[in-house]
Write a protein that binds this ligand. Structure first.
Ligand SMILES: Cc1ncc(COP(=O)(O)O)c(C=O)c1O
Length: 359
């Protein structure tokens, strides 16, 4: 048996939507993109959505909208995907790392000691879809007059206190990469309530153009194609069902797995579980055992971001919680085609390893 870690949920109707675009003669920044921006923004209950070609581009645009430049400091959690940090470097700014807590999200009690007169932004992620403490993050950003930028690449479909994730910041982004819960294969979006930011982000996405062939900002080609947007529009129609099915699978895992830990979740939150994560002490052995038995996994992530070769020069600190989590974490298969039979097999393999054998 070979079980994939992730599988994009592409259905017949997605392909029909694609065919319509291909026959229409308008392939980029056209009506499908506009519809997708409006529909996603409506789903999240936020005023503006700006479609782009990936989640990393969305972060770069977000920082450019805030005029982040050399000498500025941007606070990020020590446990995140590389893009969060890279976007800071694209803008010649300095990343400042803060350790996470047992939710795997930034430990808000450690942020204020990192704030200096150069701090401009807190760029936060919701690890694996698990919502962060936005009450505290908003309080800190307001108190110190620092922007809150939400990198919601992993938390599309999650909620914090009844409010959808990817909306709590002044600027928010997400990713629609093929492993994501809602995919356009490659794609991303920026969300904001602020009209000026909306206009600037839209312009930076398209070479900084403000009117035809007049370029006010340093932009880039970060345009979304109608082909990507058509897949997204079709997928968005079934997002509630997608999340419901995913929730059922997570529940089944949690009811049956023995002797594993999970990231803690805050009350009043909904975790879309972009990643289904377990924490185990002898992770490398279990991971090998799973892989040897045909089960694909991901180690998300093998080290805190400050230990990545390109980031080591920015900090001499160690972040003990992030480090320990990166030693214990495994991301298990979770996708629309994962059957109960396959879940039973994964559960059996893990329980055998952890000594929680149930058969
Ligand atoms: C936290 C985080 N930020 C940014 C990104 C970048 O998104 P993309 O792969 O669409 O560029 C990802 C991708 O998974 C991510 O996990």
């Amino acid at each position: 048996m070979k079980i994939q870690w992730s599988l994009p949920n592409i259905q017949k109707q997605d392909i029909q939507g694609l065919e319509k675009v291909l026959r229409s003669g308008w392939y980029s920044m056209g009506p499908e993109v506009q519809k997708f921006e409006e529909k996603v923004a409506f789903y999240l209950n936020i005023k503006y959505g700006i479609g782009v070609n990936n989640g990393t581009a969305a972060l770069d645009i977000a920082l450019k909208c805030l005029d982040i430049k050399k000498g500025d400091e941007v606070i990020i959690p020590a446990l995140t995907y590389i893009s969060t940090g890279n976007a800071i470097l694209y803008n010649n700014a300095t990343p400042v790392f803060v350790d996470v807590n047992n939710t795997l999200n930034i430990d808000t009690s450690l942020i204020e000691e990192k704030i200096t007169d150069k701090t401009r932004v807190i760029m936060n992620i919701d690890f694996g879809g698990n919502p962060s403490n936005y009450k505290e993050l908003l309080k800190i950003s307001k108190k110190h007059n620092i922007f809150l930028l939400v990198d919601g690449a992993q938390s599309f479909g999650s909620e914090y206190c009844g409010i959808k994730c990817c909306t709590h910041g002044l600027i928010n982004t997400t990713s629609f990469h093929s492993a994501k819960i809602l995919t356009t294969i490659e794609g991303g979006m920026i969300f904001t309530k602020d009209k000026d930011i909306f206009l600037k982000a839209r312009s930076i996405r398209n070479q900084g153009e403000t009117s035809k062939y007049i370029h006010q900002y340093l932009g880039n080609n970060y345009r979304m194609t109608d082909i990507a947007a058509a897949i997204g529009n079709s997928q968005l129609k079934r997002i509630k069902e997608t999340l419901k099915q995913r929730k059922k699978k997570i529940k089944y895992y949690k009811e049956n797995l023995k002797n594993v830990e999970y990231p803690k979740e805050l009350p009043n939150t909904i975790n879309s579980n972009f990643f289904f994560l377990i924490l185990v002490k002898n992770r490398n052995k279990l991971n090998k055992y799973l892989n040897d038995n045909g089960i694909e996994t991901r180690i998300t992530y093998p080290m805190p971001i400050n230990e990545q070769p390109i980031f080591v020069k920015y900090s001499k600190e160690t972040f003990p919680v992030s480090k320990e989590i990166s030693r214990q974490i495994i991301s298990l298969p979770i996708h629309y085609k994962l059957s109960t039979l396959q879940q039973d097999y994964i559960i059996k393999i893990i329980n055998k390893f952890t000594g929680g054998m149930t058969y």
